[in-house]
Design a protein around this ligand. Structure first.
Ligand SMILES: [Zn+2]
Length: 418
């Protein structure tokens, strides 16, 4: 398998698809999905045969995928074998094994082939920075360990690729990153913000936030530091789901994923994803944990791929409270806005639901007392308005940079929602 040819092929396809009309794109997508259902899906023993329609297949989720891992990949690799491979060097024969970060017991495993790795790279490049590619690109990817594209495409003339391990902590690779002098940076927002706070010597042409929800509060800090608009790559262990275009539209990766949406209240949806270009680990009607706000408008760039206005957070982080009228849900964006709008000086916080009737607001001691009190009051007022029965406690404590887990400013610690 020629990896770079695979990446170039995907690059070309991604680019070609982006110039179709919406009806033309939908015809192409339907044919690609049909081919996947007929040819690739039956090779996973969980399915065994092609369905008449996608909608005939059951909805899947992480718990099911992990419980019957071997039935969802075409090689019958078991979860035990995959964990063992991961503990060694992440290789199982010609396959690459990876896992999401997260608490033990809650980590998602994935397995991909070499060809899929390169396709992923080609898609990222075609969507993220096609114009920079021809001028030579130095791409720095700063993500948790075990992210899949290690060592793809390092040798290319056009692209120099460097990976920096997030879990090792920025101080261990700061010098190497500055020396690499990347033209494109892909990193979680908390790390981009850390670069600003620590005044890293970097001068990229494009900066992408990835792997964590981008809070509006981080955007101005990062944009001011780099003097660039901040773009987004929405990806997870499960794949690549959306990338910002040059006009600022966050386009769903409908050229490799078929999306269905389940309503989650307050105009938000959670996606069911079918990755119709993945051939090793079959992922069909897989329920993601993310809350999205879909855009009603087409993007000015002319791409037929639909846009997302905002990735609001995770379904797991919706607060689940009681009221005299029964259980209620409060979404992370509403909670976040209540805190941030209380006082302009607030640019970081943690809001945690720690028990069915307890909420803790944590603000740094450096913040003025009246700002902290205003935020405390704003959260109480919001919950009162929703008639939620809950005590909100204000805690003044530092908010350190944690590289070992995803940053979630609004977090529900009651256990999985489903
Ligand atoms: Zn666009």
């Amino acid at each position: 398998m020629n990896g770079l040819a695979e990446a170039a092929g995907c690059f070309a396809l991604t680019h070609w698809v982006s110039r179709k009309t919406r009806p033309g794109f939908e015809r192409w997508q339907a044919a690609a999905l049909r081919r996947f259902l007929d040819r690739d899906l039956p090779r996973a023993s969980f399915y065994g045969k092609a369905p008449a329609h996608l909608a005939d297949l059951p909805i899947t989720d992480k718990a099911l995928l992990m419980a019957r891992f071997d039935e969802f990949n075409i090689h019958g690799l078991t979860a035990t074998q995959a964990w063992a491979a991961l503990a060694r060097d992440g290789r199982a024969g010609s396959l690459t094994v990876g896992a999401s970060t997260g608490t033990s017991g809650n980590r998602g495993l994935f397995v991909i082939s070499e060809a899929e790795k390169y396709r992923w790279l080609g898609a990222i490049l075609a969507k993220a920075a096609p114009d920079l590619l021809w001028r030579g690109m130095r791409l720095a990817v700063i993500l948790p360990q075990n992210t899949w594209l290690y060592d793809s495409a390092r040798k290319s003339r056009l692209i120099k690729l460097a990976f920096f391990d997030l879990t090792a902590g920025p101080e261990s690779w700061r010098g190497a990153l500055e020396m690499f002098d990347p033209t494109v940076i892909i990193a979680p927002p908390k790390i981009l913000r850390h670069f600003a706070a620590e005044d890293f010597r970097l001068r990229p042409k494009r900066v992408f936030s990835a792997a964590e929800t981008l809070d509006p509060v981080d955007r101005p800090v990062i944009e001011n530091f780099f003097q660039l608009p901040l773009d987004q790559i929405y990806m997870a262990t499960e794949g690549l789901f959306a990338v910002t275009c040059r006009q600022g539209g966050l386009h769903l990766a409908e050229d490799s994923v078929f999306f269905e949406f389940e309503p989650a209240g307050e105009g938000l949806v959670t996606p069911l994803v079918t990755a119709f270009r993945r051939q090793t680990q079959i992922m069909v009607r897989y329920r993601m944990n993310d809350l999205l706000r879909l855009s009603g408008q087409a993007c000015g760039c002319g791409s037929p791929l639909r846009c997302v206005d905002e990735i609001v957070g995770r379904m797991d982080d919706v607060f689940r409270l009681m009221s005299p009228d029964g259980p209620i849900l409060v979404t992370p964006d509403v909670l976040r806005n209540a805190v941030l709008k209380a006082d302009r000086r607030i640019d970081d916080f943690r809001l945690v639901q720690s028990a069915p009737d307890r909420v803790k607001l944590r603000l740094p001691p450096t913040l003025a007392d009246e700002a902290a009190e205003a935020a405390h009051q704003a959260v109480r007022a919001l919950l009162e308005m929703r008639k939620a029965v809950a005590t909100v406690t204000l805690i003044r404590a530092p908010l350190p940079l944690e590289t070992g887990r995803k940053l979630r400013r609004v977090e529900c610690r009651l256990g999985p929602a489903r």
